[in-house]
Design a protein around this ligand. Structure first.
Ligand code: IPE
Ligand code: IPE
Ligand code: MG
Length: 248
């Protein structure tokens, strides 16, 4: 039996978030420059997005570029931005063919104008697709997102649109970039690092974490299925006891 057949279709996470890490180390292992690793990483993205659709996942968020990544050497940042534009324009027909809707979260206005234009075009061209939603986290960091939300809430309080008493978990969610996206049930990070690097701090509050030593360019849909199977063997208690879950 292949791994996808072992997946319980009634317990597939609706939303999987992935920190795609290890491109640079992968390239170094091949005796190549870091940028080569980013190029190879695109093949993993294509395969994993296809696998997510096949498994019945509804949302997949890929951490592609963090706020902190702007501090990398200029030539790497420029190469990543170019790769992003090239990939988005090249892959849009395939996204449409596979019924995938593209979205993006992050400080998108900080992206180079050509990159943002390409991104917006692809978002528009795929807006009516009804299958998987692929969310790219670009120039994203959770602290940036939370600060933006707090500023908006403060302004809305000042303008009398909401009262401080109305601020609640639900309400805060409406001020985040992910307001139309359910929280991830599963977060995967490749490359053996065990940290979340400023990714979806609020949204991952109750997510299951799955770490693998594989470097991102080696990660394929079979690895995604393995992560889903691992997730399906966990007991999500949400603060309750195990007995409460088995005998409600
Ligand atoms: C992840 O791979 C891709 C981005 C952060 C853009 P890295 O570039 O971080 O690769 P390592 O972690 O240095 O190996
Ligand atoms: C996290 O990876 C960001 C992305 C995958 C886009 P990094 O490689 O930038 O994270 P740190 O700096 O090792 O925590
Ligand atoms: Mg890294």
């Amino acid at each position: 039996m292949s791994q996808i057949e072992l997946i319980d279709k009634t317990k597939v996470p609706q939303h999987i978030a992935i920190i795609m890490d290890g491109n640079g180390r992968w390239a170094k292992q091949q005796g190549e420059n870091r940028i080569y690793g980013h190029y190879e990483g695109v093949n993993s993205v294509r395969d994993v997005v296809e696998g997510a659709g096949q498994a019945g996942v509804k949302f997949i968020t890929l951490y592609a570029f963090s706020t902190e990544n702007w501090n990398r050497p200029k030539e790497e940042v420029d190469a990543l931005m170019e790769l992003l534009v090239a990939t988005i324009s090249m892959e849009t027909p395939q996204l449409n063919k596979k019924n995938v809707r593209l979205q993006a979260i992050g400080n998108l206005n900080s992206l180079p104008p050509a990159c943002l234009a390409e991104l917006n075009e692809s978002i528009d061209l795929t807006a009516n697709n009804t299958g998987l939603t692929l969310v790219l986290a670009l120039s994203y960091s959770s602290k940036w997102e939370i600060i933006s939300a707090i500023k908006q809430i403060a302004n809305d309080v000042k303008d009398g649109k909401i009262s401080p008493d109305e601020i609640s978990e639900k309400n805060i969610q409406q001020y985040l970039c992910t307001k139309h996206i359910p929280d991830p049930e599963l977060m995967i990070r490749t490359s053996g690092e065990h940290r979340i690097s400023n990714f979806l701090l609020w949204q991952l509050a109750y997510a299951e974490f799955y770490f693998t030593d594989k470097l991102w360019p080696d990660f394929r849909k079979a690895d995604l299925f393995e992560a889903i199977l691992n997730y399906q063997n966990r007991e999500r208690r949400f603060g309750k006891t195990s007995e409460q879950l088995t005998n409600p």
